[in-house]
Ligand binder design. Sequence first.
Ligand SMILES: Cc1ncc(COP(=O)(O)O)c(C=O)c1O
Length: 360
Amino acid sequence: MDITYALLDPEKRGKLPEGEELSFGRLRTDHMFVADYRDGAWHDGRIVPYDSFRVAPGAICLHYGQTIFEGAKGFRHDDGEIYLFRIDRNIKRLNHSASVLCMPEVPEEMHREALLRLIDVERHWCPTEPESSLYIRPFMFGTQDKLGVSPSETYVFCIMLSPSGPYYRGGFSKALRLLITDKFHRAVAGGTGTAKCGGNYGASLRAEEYAYSRKCDQVLYIDASNRYLEEVGTMNHYHVLRDGTFIIPEFNDSVLRSITSTSVLELAEAGVFKARTEQIAIRRFIEDIERGEIVEAGGFGTAAVVSPVGSYMLDDGKIVTVGDGGIGERSRALYEYYTGMQIGRRPAPEGWLTKVPSFR
Ligand SMILES: Cc1ncc(COP(=O)(O)O)c(C=O)c1O
């Protein structure tokens, strides 16, 4: 696909705020990539000023939730260039989500080129402060103006960018408290849990509000049979055994296959860390924390990176503290290793980093 450019005049473009701490997801860059799907093909790939869409009131995405998205990150390295981390995984996962929601694929080559060209235009927006990145949000939604539940015949694919700080305020310096409750479930077997679709996140809002009302940061979802740990609303979960092994709940039909978790598992295969997936019964999990068998815990995700968890609240209000409730050494070591690869200060496995070329 030929990608066209309609760029703002240089004097009309914005820039990163100076001397201000970046929050997650608030800022926008000047431009976005957009392409339209109709008659079975993608058309009119274009880089244009960031602006609102015109969407019909009857658009399928607004009524029946046919929306999917991805979340990836770009980092500025010491050589001044921008590198995208494991972007091929995000490109592939968008198409997995598309298949779950009966949407068309975005050809991988088109997606990659759109990302690289857009970020090339927006280079000056990539921040350099510790824990900051250029957050990349590709997404797709069904636009056909039709009442009646069926897949849309037309779609928009868009990529927007947000120079961002850490997802959780305080970044890596604060351990989270998660609520374990049987009042809400995020996904079920046979449902859409493995897709990054709007509906999964819409459905999590009520549970999140409930967690806040109980002074917790997030919900750690359990499966619909109320027996096994699954994941957090915005990240996969992990705990660390006394011997330093990271245990991630197994990837089933109702858990998002996190690119961060799978990267940790690949690092483990290469002998860098010890990690594996397991089916984790809640009762056993709580007992193992209390017996000191589990010494650290946290979450993995692109936005969350490695986010330590210091304690859990159970439905009856009981608090279960992991270790001393602070940030453990294994979590810190993994965080430093992982972010070291992302920012280019530690070698990353072949193919994990993609340099944004200069197209113009
Ligand atoms: C529900 C959920 N689980 C897990 C993750 C972590 O996935 P990844 O590491 O690919 O960002 C995310 C964030 O993308 C998420 O929203």
